[in-house]
Design a protein around this ligand. Structure first.
Ligand code: C2E
Ligand code: MG
Ligand code: MG
Ligand code: MG
Length: 292
């Protein structure tokens, strides 16, 4: 499978395409070429305090720009994870994030913390804490500007390994955000095994039918109360409209990441927001929740 043989073709990956093995094979070989051609970048989606209406952080989300077309990570991340080849891509993304932080600080601005996504396969494949320590040292970027998002499901599958990695990341000064909380079955136990700095609640709670909603609200309320008792701030993912925001307020949840506030933005647009410090809150996320 020569790399060059289809580099001058634009592919459109249809996630519903039935011949999934062929599609996966195409994605994998195209990602390899795309890494060599530097076709990956990241967008950033602000994390927002609905009580102060300020930005408290942003999540870096990989984007593949292939002949001018944006290919969503939903198409290629699952394929790379299945194949075990996600790590070289993640290393590129993390490096670009830290390079960007460096350039932003050098221009004289204060960044908000940027969170990066870490796949459980990264943890199994490389020494993630070492990599991030070297990276931030090389660029002389304070570690408080980098937060690590690890999905709840990673703990279910490789518990001890993940816990050890998290402890070393935190000892080095990187905060842990537990991603997609509530979407798996490990949730409550993982909170016991480690000191989660921030909980990101999965958007599945916002996608419930009317019949499910009462139960969902009950579950979420108890998660919010538990997080308050444990002293962990909460971010709700996928807030898309006023109805969702009301839901959030009823829950006492203070921080949001969703299209209603900001879509994932190209870096120049993020910079426009960050350049005006009135948009920002440097205090980070706190435990105090919205008064119901
Ligand atoms: P995630 O880490 O849970 O990221 C949140 C996803 O929700 C993003 O999708 C974001 O665009 C989307 N989102 C945010 N607000 C809303 C909303 O209001 N409505 C809806 N419907 N969606 C919203 P995206 O960028 O397509 O990324 C999908 C997933 O791909 C991420 O889920 C993460 O698991 C993975 N991913 C993204 N970037 C990276 C990366 O650099 N490395 C790794 N390993 N995984 C990544
Ligand atoms: Mg994430
Ligand atoms: Mg998430
Ligand atoms: Mg997700």
């Amino acid at each position: 499978y020569a790399l060059g043989s289809h580099m001058n073709r634009i592919r459109i990956y249809d996630p519903n395409m039935e011949n999934s093995l062929e599609r996966e094979w195409q994605v994998l070989s195209d990602v390899k070429a795309a890494l060599e051609n530097d076709e990956f970048t990241f967008y950033a989606q602000p994390q927002y305090d609905i009580t102060t209406r300020k930005i408290v952080g942003a999540e870096a989300l990989v984007r593949w720009i292939h002949y001018g077309k944006l290919i969503s990570p939903g198409v290629f991340i699952p394929v790379l994870e299945k194949n075990g080849s996600i790590t070289p891509l993640d290393q590129v993304v993390w490096t670009k994030v830290v390079e960007w932080l460096k350039s932003w600080i050098t221009k004289g601005y204060h960044p908000v913390p940027i969170s990066i996504n870490i796949s459980r396969l990264d943890i199994l494949t490389i020494d993630v804490p070492n990599f991030l320590i070297n990276l931030t040292d090389t660029y002389q970027v304070p570690r408080k500007y980098l937060k690590c998002e690890i999905t709840e499901s990673a703990y279910a599958e490789d518990g001890q390994r993940v816990i050890d990695t998290v402890k070393r990341l935190q000892a080095a000064g990187f905060q842990l955000m537990m991603d997609d909380f509530g979407s798996g079955y490990s949730s409550l136990n993982t909170l016991k095994s480690m000191d989660v700095d921030v909980l990101k609640i999965d958007m599945c709670f916002l996608e419930m039918s009317a019949e499910e909603e009462q139960k969902g609200i009950g579950i979420l309320e108890s998660v919010v109360n538990m997080a308050r008792l444990l002293g962990i701030p909460i971010v709700l993912e996928g807030v898309e409209n006023q109805h969702h925001e009301n839901f959030m307020r009823n829950m006492g949840c203070r921080y949001a990441q969703g299209y209603y506030y900001f879509k994932p933005l190209p870096i120049n647009q993020l910079e426009n927001l960050l350049a005006d410090e009135r948009n920002l809150d440097f205090g980070g996320m706190c435990v105090k929740q919205v008064e119901a």
